[in-house]
Design a protein around this ligand. Structure first.
Ligand code: ARG
Length: 465
């Protein structure tokens, strides 16, 4: 972006003022250094407004045509890098309007009829968040698809399932990937929900009270792809709850990615060795030649804090504001844009990485075999033979104690030894306490059995449009 000269009085309101804004205040209050990125939405909004003004007879059709063409030229200048952004013109809205007027003369000065920057900026941000959501929805779909593929590939792969990060019961790696996918699907529906609520046009609210011109707000809404128009002008120019909702949804996306990151970081240590991440998602160490560091998951885990911070910033920004528009709201942009940029980048790298996560099946299986993960299966075996579950739990606790002493799995204890703990144990017990038997037995809907995992994958595939 070409930077600007802090120049003369602001021509937009110089009529009322006897001196120009001080340089310090101009530097303090400008937003163009960060809201320039709204230029596409701002231009689209202005073009729709101009067309509508002509349609309802507030300006002539020829003025509207001149404005629309002029704005296309401004767009071209911005995209080619030829546009000079001026901090003295404060924000994206005044920069674009001033350049339009330079290019087309008086018609440009008619554009702002029946409009205020208050409803203009509210419109621009809604459009910007909506466009960003559409990108994020695609990334979430790619990510969910990647997880489905990985789940299918690893439907039979056994790994330890954890509670308290202690080995609990064996699960399938595919089941774990489907758990992640559920989180993605909810994240997706939260964004869809947020999009629905924000997709209403504020323009026509003017500064706060509406306007004296016979604006056709529905016509503008239609042109800009809004589902309708906002109901109350005071509310429409002042609330940024849609941005807060977006940041809450973005925070949850990152909280999920951060949890996966934590798992991937642990799983890729030599002590676990459950997964290998492709080299292109890792970095080495400048001093330790053996190192392969999981930087992508670590950075995603780290960036989660930023987005939660952005959400917090917006909540606190809003909480003290009386109706209607207050300049505080200009401060919505940096946290909002940061949240959008961060969640987009994080989803991009995860969508790219997930299909290439390598499950190290042997290591996963060996870890599940080590932690007495089928102890519950032995207790269930005893309970099915009539021993009250609480007693069965006690008996198996003692069996595990012995296995731990001997440094072997409970399935490696002889039938005689097992019968020493409970005479109702028979030879068929070994068909229940292997890892494979344990996972296959968990075939409740949504359970970890490979058949259930495959059924869930089939449901996911057939649910697609
Ligand atoms: N740049 C401002 C914002 O981002 C919009 C301008 C409204 N300013 C005003 N003084 N009414 O919210």
């Amino acid at each position: 972006m070409k930077s600007a000269s802090p120049d003369a009085k602001n021509p937009m309101w110089s009529g009322r003022f006897s001196e120009s804004t001080s340089e310090l205040v101009a530097a303090f209050s400008e937003s163009v250094s960060y809201d320039a990125r709204l230029y596409r939405q701002d231009i689209a909004g202005s073009q729709a407004h101009a067309r509508m003004l002509a349609k309802v007879g507030v300006i002539s059709q020829s003025d509207a045509d001149v404005i629309v063409d002029g704005l296309d030229r401004v767009l071209g200048e911005i995209e080619s890098g030829a546009f000079t952004w001026k901090t003295a013109l404060e924000d994206v809205h005044m920069n674009i309007e001033a350049r339009l007027t330079e290019l087309v003369g008086d018609a440009g000065k008619r554009l702002h009829t029946g409009r205020s920057r208050n409803d203009q900026v509210a419109t621009d941000i809604r459009l910007y968040v909506r466009d960003s959501i559409d990108v994020l929805l695609q990334l979430l779909d790619t990510l969910a698809e990647g997880l489905l593929g990985l789940a299918e590939q690893e439907a039979d792969s056994i790994m330890p399932g954890f509670t308290h990060l202690q080995i609990a019961q064996p699960v399938t790696f595919g089941h774990h990937m489907l758990a992640w996918r559920e989180q993605v699907l909810r994240d997706r529906s939260r964004l869809v929900d947020c999009r629905k609520r924000l997709n209403l046009l504020p323009l026509g609210s003017a500064a706060l009270a509406g306007t004296v011109y016979p604006l056709d707000r529905h016509y503008v809404a239609q042109q800009l792809g809004f589902d309708g128009v906002t109901e109350n002008s005071l509310d429409a120019v002042s609330d940024r709850d849609f941005a807060i909702e977006f940041c809450a949804a973005a925070s949850l996306i990152l909280v999920h990615l951060s949890r996966w990151s934590e798992e991937l970081i642990i799983w890729s240590t030599p002590m676990f060795g459950f997964v290998a991440l492709p080299d292109r998602f890792c970095t080495g160490s400048s001093i330790m030649p053996q190192k392969k560091n999981p930087d992508v998951p670590e950075l995603v885990r780290g960036k989660t804090g930023r987005v939660i911070g952005d959400l917090n910033a917006l909540l606190v920004l809003m909480k003290g504001q009386p109706l209607a528009y207050n300049r505080d709201n200009q401060e919505d942009k940096e946290p909002l844009f940061d949240a959008i940029d961060t969640v987009t980048m994080c989803l991009r790298v995860y969508a790219d990485m997930v299909p290439h996560i390598v499950c190290k099946r042997e290591a996963c299986r060996a870890a599940a075999a080590k932690g007495f993960s089928t102890a519950t299966d032995l207790a269930d075996y005893l309970a099915r033979r009539g021993l009250p579950f609480r007693d069965a739990h006690h008996v198996v606790g003692a069996v595990v104690g012995l296995a731990a002493q001997r440094d072997c799995d409970i399935a490696e204890l002889s039938l005689e030894t097992l019968q020493g703990f409970s005479p109702i144990i028979e030879a068929d017990v070994y068909g229940h306490i292997t890892l494979e038997a344990s996972v296959s037995a968990r075939k409740t809907y949504g359970g970890t059995a490979p058949d259930q995992v495959r059924a869930a994958i089939a449901r996911a595939r057939s649910a697609k449009p």
